[in-house]
Each structure stands twice: as structure tokens, then as C-alpha cells.
Design a binder for this molecule. Structure first.
Ligand code: FPP
Ligand code: MG
Length: 287
């Protein structure tokens, strides 16, 4: 993918940069499907995403990112924060060249995703059972940048931005719901980080919110006693068996699928089938 080459070129002078694990490039792929000539914009948005993950791994004290030592684990937190600042600042510098409409869409998303991260930290202090707060937080933390990526690409192509932003917002929300499900269903090897780590970190994601809603008082007490604890195999199995009993994961999956349908509906008139295929991949991924 050309945008990854542009991205690497931007930061080639920083030796620690080569140890950053790049991901699936979903934001960049979305941008270049909407506008194949927007490779540089795709690189800029991917840079912002990378910067946010560098900071996120410091905040979450994560030693692993995509199965490999995180930058904070390898070089220390100070380096990870500064490298994040370097990547973010350069992205912003490049963003200005795309004109004020695109620059505003993308920089507003960075403002939102920073707020989302703060809300995530706040919500992780105690068990959160408020679904609206969870949805609001994942919109800001994850969906806002995907929404902006699609909006910015649409503007650069001369399309109206609203349908594309609606598409991006909906797949962004679905993406995070699926991510939160995979944390429960997948093993450490597939995830590249410990399984069921969210609950340990204090995050009551959608499957846990639905589980608390469905459980008996006795089960709720037991689940509360496991909150923020390092879980053994048996405890993880117990949580999974309760989720199965109450059909919690299907409920989350159906919700994600509904969001994907809304996303596809929004961009239907544009006949961009690759966007529809990518939307389906978001819900049907295993990692
Ligand atoms: C991952 O969440 C985190 C994000 C998607 C956003 C993080 C945003 C910031 C740290 C704001 C600062 C950003 C900049 C550019 C200055 P997660 O912890 O749920 O996912 P994970 O399991 O992949 O770590
Ligand atoms: Mg994290």
C-alpha cells in the first residue's frame, strides 16, 4: 500500500520508528478506496492513528502491541510519548496542505479522540453499566477518526461528505464493539496481548454491560469480585460460560451488524462496492 510507504518515508530519520508495529491500515484503505489519489492524506491519518496508539500504550501500560514489544516497553514511556508527539505534529504539519475543510474535519477528530481516551480512563475507575456512556466513549475514541478519514477523503474527491461520514461513524462503532468481543473470545496468541484484558484494566465493555444486565444477583456479586483481578483459566471460563448462557455475544454481534447495515445504506448511491466489502470484513474478522 503506497500510503504506508509515504508514512515510513516521513519518519525514516527516527530510529525508534522502525519498531512501531503498523496495523491493518483500515483508515488509509478507506481513504484510498474513496479517493485513490489521496495517498498522502491516507498517510497523514494513519500517522495520527499511530501517534494515538503510542500514547494509548503508555496510558494503558501495555507491554505488547500486535504481539510485539510496545515502544514504551522497549524504549521507556518518555520516548513513547515524545515519539507520539513527533508523529502527531508532523501529521498536522502535512494536514494543512489539504485546505481548511479537510484540516478541520481531521483535527476535530483528534480533539474528539483525545476526549474519548480521557472518558475511557474515567470509565475504567469503577464498573460502568451505562451503555450510552460506553457508546459515546467508543464514538470519540475510535469512530471519530474513521468518520473523519471518510469525510476528508470524500471532500478531496469532490463528493458530499455527510454520507461518507455516516458510513465511517457506523463502521467505527462496529469495529470497536467487535474489538471488545475479540478481547473475550480470542486467545493471547491471536490477539497479540493477554485475553480478557479489558475487564482487568477496569473496562466494562458492551459484552460486560449486557452480562451484568442479564445476570442473577448472586452471579453479579461473583462478577464484581473478579473486576480488575488477574483472572485464572477457570474464572475466564466462568465468565465465558455466563456470556453464553445469556446470549450476550450474539446480542453484541447483532448490534455490530446493524451498524454495518446502516453504514452500507449511507453510501449505497455511490456504488463503491469495495467500501461495502470492507464494512463486512469489520464484523467478520477474527483479530
Ligand atoms: C486505543 O484504545 C486508543 C485509541 C483508539 C485512541 C487513543 C487516543 C489518545 C491516546 C489521544 C492522544 C492522541 C494524539 C494523536 C495526540 P484501546 O486501548 O481500547 O485499544 P487497544 O486494545 O488497541 O490498546
Ligand atoms: Mg490500549
Amino acid at each position: 500500500m503506497k500510503f504506508f510507504e509515504i508514512l515510513d518515508e516521513m519518519f525514516s530519520e527516527f530510529e525508534e520508528y522502525k519498531d512501531i508495529q503498523k496495523g491493518k491500515g483500515i483508515r488509509g484503505r478507506l481513504i484510498t478506496i474513496i479517493n485513490p489519489n489521496a495517498q498522502k492524506l491516507a498517510a497523514v491519518v494513519e500517522a495520527i492513528h499511530l501517534a494515538s496508539l503510542l500514547h494509548d500504550d503508555v496510558i494503558d501500560e501495555a507491554d505488547l502491541r500486535r504481539g510485539v514489544e510496545s515502544i514504551n516497553a522497549k524504549y521507556g514511556e518518555h520516548t513513547a510519548v515524545m515519539l507520539g508527539d513527533i508523529v502527531y505534529s508532523r501529521a498536522f504539519y502535512e494536514l494543512i496542505d489539504f485546505g481548511s475543510e479537510i484540516a478541520k474535519i481531521v483535527s476535530n477528530a483528534v480533539y474528539l479522540l483525545s476526549q474519548g481516551e480521557l472518558e475511557d480512563v474515567r470509565l475504567s475507575k469503577n464498573i460502568n453499566l451505562d451503555k450510552d456512556k460506553y457508546m459515546q466513549m467508543i464514538y470519540k475514541k475510535t469512530a471519530s477518526l474513521i468518520e473523519a478519514a471518510c469525510g476528508g477523503a470524500a471532500v478531496s474527491r469532490g463528493f458530499e461528505k455527510e454520507p461518507f461520514m455516516k458510513y465511517g461513524k457506523n463502521i467505527g462503532l462496529a469495529f470497536q464493539i467487535i474489538d471488545d468481543m475479540l478481547d473475550i473470545t480470542q486467545d493471547e496468541k491471536t490477539l497479540g496481548k493477554p485475553s480478557m484484558h479489558d475487564f482487568y484494566e477496569g473496562k466494562t465493555t458492551l459484552p460486560f454491560i449486557y452480562l451484568f444486565e442479564a445476570m442473577s444477583e448472586e452471579e453479579k456479586e461473583k462478577l464484581k469480585s473478579l473486576y480488575k483481578k488477574k483472572l485464572n483459566k477457570e474464572e475466564k471460563e466462568w465468565i465465558k460460560s455466563r456470556m453464553q448462557k445469556y446470549g450476550v455475544l450474539e446480542k453484541c454481534y447483532n448490534e455490530a451488524e446493524k451498524l454495518i447495515e446502516n453504514a452500507k445504506e449511507a453510501i449505497k448511491p455511490f456504488s463503491l462496492y469495495e467500501l461495502e466489502i470492507l464494512a463486512d470484513k469489520v464484523v467478520n474478522r477474527k483479530k
